[in-house]
Design a protein around this ligand. Sequence first.
Ligand SMILES: *Cc1c(COP(=O)(O)O)cnc(C)c1O
Length: 452
Amino acid sequence: MMGAAQPGLIQRDRARLWHPYAPASPGLPLWEVEAADGVRLRLRDEDGARHDVVDAMSSWWSVIHGYRHPVLDAAAQGQLERFSHVMFGGLTHAPAVELAERLVDLAPSVSGRPALERVFLADSGSVAVEVALKLAVQFQTASGHPQRQRFLSIRGGYHGDTFAAMGVCDPVDGMHSAFPGLLAGNVFAPRPPAAASATPADMQAWVAALGDIAAAHSGELAAIIVEPVLQGAGGMHAYPAECLTALRQAADRHGLLLIFDEIATGFGRTGELFAADHAGVVPDIMCVGKALTGGYLTLAAMLCTSDIAATVSNGRAGALLHGPTFMGNPLACAVANASLGIIGDGGWRADVARINTGLVSGLAPALDLAAVREVRTIGAVGVIELHDGVDVTAVTAAAIRHGVWVRPFRNLVYTMPPYISTALDVERITAGMTAAVAEVHERVPASSGSSS
Ligand SMILES: *Cc1c(COP(=O)(O)O)cnc(C)c1O
């Protein structure tokens, strides 16, 4: 036990560490994780009190099979006994080869034949996006279009925190204003209409706007990059799958590559294995990450067609110009293979459907709260959107009191539970989210009929 004079772990953290999108602040609210098992986290707060909570976030989309999964633990231990890391320049190993084969087999295909046949293993989602953008430019150059160096994206997107990735994030809500000299140059079509309310007229207008902007800039564009069907960190915005068909057509008409960033949506989260599968659209390049290792280790991948790979390899540069130190880390690949093995068993489909049912019924009561603007779900994702910004610290603390770990942002309190969550876990999550919003953002209980 620590004496009162010794600083606790949380104080030591505050003195030394950065956290995501956070100031180096003496007052940053933090909870220590003492243990994690299945869908549960054991948290300890600054006063030493313990809180057993259900993880509603899957540690940011990644821990789809839960913490300490026996199959993933065994895969990590097994590889640890062989070797943890070797360089990938000039060397190869079974976990990386097996992972590439698995990814190609799972990825969107054309009439049952693999369409994305070449895999680049990257160390994080942002890096996979960097590699995808780089590959697109190298492809255009090798195809005789060296002037095609810019990208077309849609507003409301999020693709990561490195510079090229930031450059295709939403130009207003993203980080463009903080780095104006470094992030200019890309073009943005409007955000697609919301899946829940899109009318045929909305769709027509959006497709026309997309076509106009693609036509206006076609000579200088290398690729279109979007998060298919669900924009995540840019606002948890679900849009109609038909938009993917329009994006494919716009790309084909103007000689652009189509990049799908499936880093959040991949591996079943939206109810199909990949969000692209909702429309049967095959991109030229696809990025995956987050859930790839079941949340155990950092790993991502970029897949592309054989044609792109051959064109770039035969171009003047003669190679794809990227190669991280920890490329194809064997430990991460071994765990990814175990995670994809579980995905391959197919149980995720029933899991995601069960979770969706629980989210739909469990979040419905939140609509009665005056502070709530909208409730929406897609697959194993549930969102409560408020009219105004969330008091993140207060809602997080309130949810913990109700036994749930959530991490709201902007005006959104949202969940993407691990696939192993039972109906009861989902009930606890939705009840906790709703109660936290009610306690923090409703002065007058909605049942009194207040409309403010
Ligand atoms: C999280 C995310 C990224 C970035 O991945 P990191 O591993 O955090 O670098 C990129 N694109 C999308 C859609 C994401 O959700």
